[in-house]
Design a protein around this ligand. Structure first.
Ligand code: NDP
Length: 250
């Protein structure tokens, strides 16, 4: 059996064992929903967070994806505690919206540094372990706007589009080592990130979604859980939309 996403097989029988999943930003929002899905299945979840600590049952260390030393240090501690990280969900992300002509270098770079370079720092660290294990599953949380674009989000959509290139390059570089890399592209999901938008903007977005509603964080968690399952071991370099039809075909 190939590597990729993980279950254990002995004498033809699939034996469920706790997996070690690292999710950045699992203290709230989509990251927390993904964490809860894995915890409910008996897996071990670790997380790097910068704000409030995660709830009980998720092992957290305060750290910033902008700092490679903090990422490397925390991941090392987590691996000592729980064994090799087998699944990475690069979820931490921010927005700094603004129209092109008014967007500052700082707002552009801040979003790229967390959403794109932050994911890269985590991927680079776990790749070391995954190559040694000859198995691993990398899930990057992109966005529907990475492929559709969105006015006022040139920084954010650029960062999310780049994750597609990242997953596909990882697939080409490490696919032969039993490692898969995919992007989940959520549409508008009901979290603090979308609740921060003015009500009229939220309504406009809702009207443009074929499903006529925002998604739930748990619906993104379902896609992550599938990608981390043995059923997805031959899926790599894919972009999985969880967007109520908003992206239509991307
Ligand atoms: P939230 O704003 O609710 O959560 C963002 C998470 O990222 C928080 O846990 C936050 O930690 C963490 N984070 C931010 N900066 C850093 C950092 N420098 N180092 C470590 N952690 C950090 O957002 P969502 O849950 O909505 O979004 C999660 C992901 O899903 C993001 O990548 C987002 O772009 C993406 N997404 C969201 C959509 C939506 O509609 N909500 C749609 C499409 C994609 P802290 O609590 O400490 O600030």
């Amino acid at each position: 059996m190939g590597g990729g996403c993980i279950s254990r097989v002995a004498s033809g029988t699939v034996i469920a064992m706790a997996r070690h999943i690292h999710i950045t930003g699992a203290n709230r929002g989509i990251g927390l929903a993904i964490a809860q899905r894995f915890v409910a299945a008996g897996d071990t979840v670790s997380t790097l967070y910068i704000g409030d600590p995660p709830p009980d049952g998720i092992d957290g260390i305060e750290g910033d994806v902008r700092d490679a030393a903090q990422v490397d240090g925390a991941f090392g501690v987590f691996e000592e505690r729980h064994g090799p990280i087998e699944i990475l969900v690069a979820n931490a992300g921010i927005t700094r919206d603004g129209l092109l002509m008014r967007m500052t270098d700082e707002d552009f770079e801040a979003v790229i540094d967390i959403n794109l370079v932050g994911a890269f720092r985590c991927v680079r660290r776990v790749a070391k372990t995954m190559i040694r294990q000859k198995a691993g599953c990398i899930i990057l949380i992109g966005s529907v706007v990475g492929l559709m674009g969105n006015p006022g989000q040139i920084n954010y959509s650029s960062s999310k589009a780049a994750l597609v290139g990242m997953a596909r390059s990882i697939t080409r570089e490490l696919g032969g080592r039993g490692i898969t890399a995919n992007v989940i592209a959520p549409g508008f999901i009901d979290t603090a990130m979308t609740q921060a938008l003015p009500e009229d903007v939220q309504q406009r977005y809702r009207d443009s979604i074929p499903a006529q509603r925002f998604g739930e964080a748990d619906e993104v968690a379902g896609a992550a859980f599938f990608l981390a399952s043995d059923d997805a071991r031959y899926i790599s370099g894919a972009v999985i939309p969880v967007d109520g039809g908003l992206g239509l075909g991307h």
